[in-house]
Design a protein around this ligand. Structure first.
Ligand code: NCD
Length: 363
């Protein structure tokens, strides 16, 4: 059985197959209308969502399957103190596949350790959001005609923006990718991402603060919202919330072939006058979410034309060491909220111990 917790869970070849299937589905969904007849998807959402949950639901319905689940922690037994481990054990008897969104980083991985069905990470805290990445990749492919040899600018909240982290992981495996990381000093990409993704893959990468200066050279501009709910200090959010606003005036600085992506929801970081610019790809990107989630559900259930995926042990468990008395200190790690969880660490390329759940360095 396979899960999708992190974009690296799929090999480049598996990812290519998924994208090919996503493209076929985008062109014509009818051949897939009964692929998942009798199958059930559970959507376990402990955090708000519009696109991710509804596009998962729409995807399963387009495949002929059914959907059950909850859309907030309050509506589930989590509000009574039930653990993720117990919840997924139970849900494994009610559904064939599960998509989980959780405010604590590493929660879907914890679920996968106890699950009898494939678990999909639909966003865990500020950590990862690999199904948004599938959507982003299909959008880049259809807009730019390729996923390699691109200069990709990420702009906004690169610290807490999980979609940025997952897309950087995925893009790092393609030839000729360059990153331009545009953010205020306080919201730079977490160090562990530079150490584990950028440096080992020798990706040209600059960290800058000016969107205007970066614009002219970009092939893709990935805008993000400042993630209000992840700030410990609300005053800091107030100070940073208007850091970047992309408007029609700034769009004049971009190439004709630029593709502007945004995972949505937007707050004010893209003004409405950009929406009719042909380079704005974000609503098409949201639509691609249905096609790629259809491709993903079929693939994880072993119902894709390419057949079942080869079995693979859970990532991060290989070489992981248990250190029972030294819990992870990161405030949004699942190890801080789940009873009975033994802290697990892995050694990174630099020889430092990192929490296997949230990837933050051990203090
Ligand atoms: C993103 C998320 O949840 O991380 N939304 C989405 O799934 N499309 C981006 C965000 O909330 O800013």
């Amino acid at each position: 059985m396979r899960h999708l917790l992190d974009p690296f869970d799929f090999s480049v070849e598996e990812l290519d197959n998924l994208l090919r299937l996503g493209r076929d589905i985008a062109a014509d969904q009818r051949p897939y209308a009964h692929v998942c007849d009798g199958k059930i998807l559970a959507t376990l959402f402990y955090e708000p969502s519009t696109r991710t949950r509804l596009s998962f639901t729409s995807a399963m319905m387009h495949l002929g399957g059914s959907v059950l689940g909850f859309s907030s922690a309050n509506a589930s037994s989590a509000s009574k103190g039930e653990s993720v481990a117990d919840t997924i054990r139970v849900v494994s008897g009610y559904a064939d596949i599960a998509a989980m969104r959780h405010p604590f980083e590493g929660a879907p991985m914890r679920a996968a350790m106890f699950s009898g069905i494939p678990v999909i990470n639909a966003g865990d805290g500020g950590h990862q959001h690999p199904t948004q990445t599938l959507t982003d990749l299909l959008t880049i492919l259809s807009r730019c005609g390729r996923i390699d040899h691109l200069r990709v600018g990420f702009c906004g909240d690169l610290k807490y923006g999980r979609t940025v982290h997952s897309l950087m992981h995925a893009l790092s495996r393609y030839e000729g990718i360059e990153f331009v990381l545009i953010s205020p000093e306080e919201l730079r990409v977490p160090r562990h991402l530079i150490d584990s993704v950028v440096t080992p893959n020798h990706i040209p990468c600059s960290e800058v603060t000016s969107l205007e200066d970066a614009m002219p050279d970009l092939d893709v501009l990935y805008m993000t919202r400042i993630q209000r709910e992840r700030f410990a200090d609300k005053l800091e959010y107030e100070r940073l919330k208007n850091s970047y606003i992309l408007d029609a005036e700034k769009m004049k600085l971009g190439k004709d072939s630029l593709a502007v992506l945004h995972p949505l929801p937007r707050v004010n970081e893209i003004t409405l006058d950009v929406d009719n610019d042909p380079r704005a790809a974000y609503f098409e990107q949201a639509q691609n979410g249905v096609y790629m989630r259809m491709a993903l559900i079929m693939t994880l259930l072993g119902l894709a034309p390419t057949g079942p995926l080869a079995d693979k042990p859970l990532p991060f468990l290989q070489g992981a060491v248990e250190i029972p008395d030294e819990p992870c200190q990161f405030r949004s790690c699942i190890t801080r909220s789940e009873e009975g969880l033994v802290p697990l660490y892995v050694r990174d390329a630099a020889g430092e111990l990192r929490c296997a759940y949230c990837e933050h360095r051990k203090k």
